[in-house]
Structures are given as structure tokens and as C-alpha cells.
Ligand binder design. Structure first.
Ligand code: ATP
Length: 154
């Protein structure tokens, strides 16, 4: 069966590298499904969940803080601002980041970079959702269900 090479690299490390069957990525204009032999493209990624599917294995769920994705027919390369596996997410840290960002956005103190705070809020929301989903949803592993992460803070 045909596969596509997938490399997910953050500034700190290679988070994932293997041949895969499908990649679902949070493109800035919506979720993108990448299969082997996909047309070449380059796109920015939003903070969100990146799901990697390999036959006979559990889906790999990564959270990316944003970044870029290059697709070629035989290869997907994700250069992420930050990336971690759902099981690596520290929920307390993400909750603290969410509260910090919300406070900054509420107070709008002079000198605060609101766009930066909004991005931090989005990252924390995605981490909370993916981290909670991972902890609560292991029994449904392998079902193939993909839950959208819309940044609604749930
Ligand atoms: P914080 O304020 O908690 O650092 P942040 O959104 O500013 O959050 P990032 O800049 O997105 O953090 O990520 C920095 C590094 O820390 C990355 O390697 C990322 O994978 C990791 N990271 C950030 N938050 C978490 C978390 N809640 N659990 C696990 N790893 C995290």
C-alpha cells in the first residue's frame, strides 16, 4: 500500500518521523487531509491538532502551535513553532497559560501585545482540549473518529 513520509519538526526537536497513510493538519483556512500522491502545496498552519494515521496503529495526535507545512506527492514536512504529542501535554501548565492570556486580554494594559496574547490563548485552548480528550478517550482508540478543534476553549 502506498504511503507518504511525514516529518514534524519543532525548533527544539523532531517530534515525528515515519511513513504514514494520512495526515490531517490544521491549515489556516481549515483542516487539510493529506494522502499519498497529494498535489504539492505550501501552507501556514494555525494552532491546532495534527493527526497522523497509520494502518494497524493508533492515530498519533500532536498539538502544533502554528507553523508551516510543505506537501509533496511523497512527503509532508511540518515546521512547527511548537509541537508535542497529546500524551505529553501538561494540563496544569496549559491551564495556567490560558488564565495568563485571558487576564492580559481582559486588562489590556498599556504595552501588552494583544495579538501575542490571543495566540497564547489559542495554543492553551488547543492543548487543554487535546490533553483532556487524550486522557478521557483512550477507550475509543483506533475508532478513526476525528474531532475538530475549533479553539472554542472547551
Ligand atoms: P507556556 O506559557 O506554558 O510556556 P506557550 O504557549 O508560551 O506556553 P509554546 O511557546 O507554545 O508555549 O511552547 C514552548 C515549548 O513548551 C514547546 O516545546 C511546547 O511543545 C512546550 N509546551 C508548551 N506548553 C506545554 C504544555 N502545556 N504541555 C507540554 N508541553 C508544552
Amino acid at each position: 500500500m502506498s504511503q507518504i513520509r511525514c516529518d514534524v519538526v519543532s525548533v527544539e526537536r523532531t517530534v515525528f518521523s515515519d511513513d504514514v497513510d494520512m495526515v490531517l493538519a490544521p491549515g489556516i483556512e481549515g483542516q487539510l487531509g493529506i494522502l499519498p500522491h497529494h498535489a504539492s502545496l505550501m501552507t501556514a498552519l494555525a494552532p491546532g491538532e495534527l493527526i497522523i494515521r497509520q494502518a494497524g496503529k493508533e492515530d498519533v495526535h500532536l498539538v502544533v502551535g502554528g507553523g508551516f507545512m510543505e506537501v509533496r506527492p511523497d512527503r509532508v514536512t511540518v515546521l512547527a513553532d511548537a509541537a508535542e504529542r497529546a500524551e505529553e501535554i501538561d494540563l496544569a501548565r496549559a491551564e495556567a497559560a490560558r488564565q495568563r492570556a485571558e487576564l492580559r486580554l481582559r486588562e489590556r494594559a498599556p504595552g501588552v501585545d494583544l495579538a501575542r496574547a490571543e495566540n497564547a490563548l489559542r495554543r492553551s485552548q488547543v492543548r487543554l482540549k487535546a490533553g483532556r480528550h487524550f486522557r478521557g478517550g483512550r477507550s475509543s482508540a483506533g475508532s478513526g473518529r476525528v474531532e475538530g478543534l475549533g479553539g472554542d476553549g472547551q
